[in-house]
Design a protein around this ligand. Structure first.
Ligand SMILES: [Zn+2]
Length: 208
């Protein structure tokens, strides 16, 4: 099978990508030059499944591999996914994927998954999509190195709580310290060191 990926050739989409990049750069305080991600548009669901390596759900419209960021071509967005296309929605998608990219380059890992997913959701203003603000956190800590659709329910709200309570700068110190973390025990230790509380449901629920 031939994978139909196109380099960005649409001025508007290219502008949205550049805007997403520069906003996320300034959040993470990363200065040029650095290894910038390459954006690739994928034309349809069949090609997404092929590139992703497995059958994907209709809501999967973007992902990255640490070098490339793959996005469903905006021209086929509604036909090949269950999302409505607006420039705003697409900008949030770009930002979401760029945040994952920066997280990986700063920490050299994709773990803990709840953290990278939460950052991507919260910082790209996608929280509104998960209207149900949890009354209690009960699952996010299950997501150290696995992921499924349920990760989205709590992850973004956890990041919101951490930023509200401790501020963005402290969160960044935490993220930078995570470089090369090997397991969830490492993360727990660094969390307590930076925030002064345990990474547990009891402590995080106090921030809700
Ligand atoms: Zn994500």
């Amino acid at each position: 099978m031939i994978l139909k990926v196109s380099k960005l050739d649409d001025q508007k989409i290219e502008q949205l990508c550049l805007k997403g990049l520069s906003e996320v750069e300034s959040f993470f305080d990363v200065k040029k030059p650095y290894n910038e991600p390459k954006f690739c548009l994928i034309d349809d669901r069949e090609c997404i499944d092929y590139a992703y390596g497995t059958k994907t759900e209709a809501w999967v419209v973007g992902w990255g591999n640490g070098k490339y960021i793959f996005l469903l071509n905006p021209n086929n967005y509604e036909k090949e996914s269950n999302h409505k296309y607006t420039d705003d929605e697409y900008s949030r998608l770009i930002k979401h994927e760029v945040i994952h990219y920066f997280y990986k380059s700063l920490t050299a890992t994709d773990n803990p998954r709840w953290l990278t997913e939460g950052l991507s959701i919260y910082l790209s203003n996608q929280l509104a999509r998960y209207k149900q603000r949890p009354t209690k956190f009960t699952t996010f800590l299950d997501y150290y190195d696995k992921t499924d659709a349920k990760i989205y329910k709590e992850a973004g709200f956890v990041i919101g709580c951490l930023i509200n309570k401790f501020g963005k700068d402290k969160l960044l110190v935490f993220i930078r310290k995570l470089r090369g973390n090997k397991n969830s025990e490492d993360v727990d230790k660094i969390f307590t060191e930076i925030f002064g509380v345990e990474l547990s449901y009891t402590e995080i629920n106090k921030l809700l």
